[in-house]
Design a protein around this ligand. Structure first.
Ligand code: SF4
Length: 332
């Protein structure tokens, strides 16, 4: 079985990344079946609970207040709207519910108290709850953890060098600090990136290197293909080829064998055959639902048909913890 390593070198990752595609997919599929039930895919739903008006300047994001896009600034959704979205997601087969807010950092006001309340209530529905609320203090992380938060998403997006060219309002170091805060509070880290923003292969390799040499690997690694949204500085970026996604996913799978590797944004532009290659390459998590924050996502019926045709089944909630508990009992 492939070892879990956090001492990967850039050269090693470069060599994996540059392996001819079919051989790379074969190697990743081998690691995947050693560490996971193949054919099992985690189904997640992502809801934007506070849309638009964000003070940050992420060049890919239609929610930044600095760009003229079709996304308007809205107030935080009412609690009953959020809870009914979580129920609907659960009924449709999701086991993880992610709530995203377009904030620079998690607020210290009543909106944050409402997030805490939502975390508690959705966790009580037996779903894994994830939040993405921007930068987080230790005190906020403690409160989220106490409410039952399972995971916190905070993406590195790209290499440090490329990150500094597309975002000026915070640093890579800020990002890493929040990730440390999340990890230190024993909340599962969800951290990945975006390709197709004009970065080089080297930037992608550095991103995978930064993720796979963290003190422990993120529990989930979302790999996103840019959705070029009109009005953002990246509106004219070309569509990401599917094999670039498969290559990133395979490299993430080989270097972070236990992580859930999520085929995330951009799936809407992929055929079933292209997605199948990504599942072969080690992707074992997707987002379902009409929207991914503010951009379109795949049709639920089509996803259900794809699961049937590819022989995929949804993964149960809290499976990692159940496996760990079983291993502890067996060891005793
Ligand atoms: S990616 Fe997040 S932080 Fe950046 S502009 Fe969009 S909502 Fe704000």
């Amino acid at each position: 079985m492939a070892d879990i390593r956090t001492d990967w070198t850039l050269d090693e990752i470069e060599s994996i990344y540059n392996t001819p595609l079919l051989e790379l997919i074969y190697q990743a599929a081998t690691v995947h079946r050693e560490h996971h039930d193949t054919g099992e895919v985690q189904v997640c739903t992502l809801l934007s609970i506070k849309t638009g008006g964000c003070p940050e300047d992420c060049a890919y994001c239609p929610q930044s207040a600095r760009y003229q896009t079709e996304v308007d600034a809205e107030k935080m959704l009412d609690s009953d709207v959020i809870l009914s979205a979580a129920e609907k997601a659960k009924d449709a087969g999701s086991t993880r519910f992610c709530m995203g807010a377009a904030w620079r950092n998690a607020r210290g006001n009543k909106d944050f108290d409402r997030v805490i309340d939502m975390v508690r209530k959705v966790t009580d529905m037996d779903m894994e709850v994830c939040c993405t609320l921007g930068m987080l203090t230790d005190e906020q992380a403690v409160k989220l953890k106490e409410a039952g938060l399972y995971a916190y998403n905070h993406n590195l997006d790209s290499s440090e060098d490329f990150y500094n060219r597309i975002i000026s309002t915070r640093t890579y170091e800020d990002r890493l600090e929040t990730l440390d805060t999340v990890r230190n509070n024993e909340i599962s880290v969800c951290c990945g990136g975006i390709i197709g923003m004009g970065e080089t292969d080297r930037d992608r390799i550095e991103l995978i290197h930064n993720l796979s040499t963290m003190p422990s690997h993120p529990g989930s690694v979302p790999i996103n293909a840019l959705i070029a949204v009109k009005g953002t500085p990246m509106e004219n970026q070309p569509k990401v080829p599917w094999d670039d996604m498969a290559r990133m996913i395979a490299t993430a799978r080989i270097t972070m064998p236990d992580a859930m590797v999520r085929l995330s944004a951009g799936r809407v532009n992929m055929s079933m055959e292209e997605q199948a290659h990504c599942f072969m390459a080690g992707a074992n998590s997707i987002f379902t639902g009409d929207k991914l924050l503010t951009t379109c996502n795949n049709d639920l019926n089509e996803d259900q048909q794809m699961f049937e045709r590819l022989g995929l089944t949804p993964r149960a909630a809290f499976k990692s913890e159940k496996n760990d508990a079983q291993e502890e009992v067996a060891a005793e």
